[in-house]
Design a protein around this ligand. Structure first.
Ligand code: FES
Length: 116
């Protein structure tokens, strides 16, 4: 008589992609807030064509970063003017926590694809 051992592996998604719709919904130089899988994420469309995604709320006092001013790859929080690098989330010129960043791209038909 043989004994079979079965190992059960719970599949945990590690590579989730979300289509957030047309990039054209975000005017150049501005940001837009999305709620994705329970997370609030701000997606920015810079005037030079770059697209970034970071946590939506400022780590200082939860200012809405999507309403911030962008320029040179950075966003300035609308509440107290703390600046962050959009590519890395790093604080610039202050000691606030870094922003959480997300992988984001634009597909062949101009839709925003966010990866969690
Ligand atoms: S809430 Fe963003 S700088 Fe204060």
């Amino acid at each position: 008589m043989s004994t079979t051992t079965t190992t059960t592996t719970k599949l945990v998604p590690t590579d989730l992609h979300f289509n957030l719709g047309a990039l054209a919904r975000i005017p150049p130089g501005e940001g837009k807030e999305f709620e994705i899988a329970g997370e609030l994420i701000a997606v920015f469309r810079l005037r030079d064509g770059r697209v970034y995604a970071v946590q939506a709320k400022c780590p200082h006092r939860e200012g809405a970063l999507a309403d911030g001013i962008t320029g040179g790859g950075t966003v300035v929080c609308p509440m107290h003017s703390f600046k962050f690098d959009l590519a890395t989330g790093a604080p610039l010129g202050h000691d606030c926590a870094a922003l959480r960043t997300y992988a984001v791209s634009v597909n062949a038909v101009g839709e925003i694809i966010l990866q969690l």
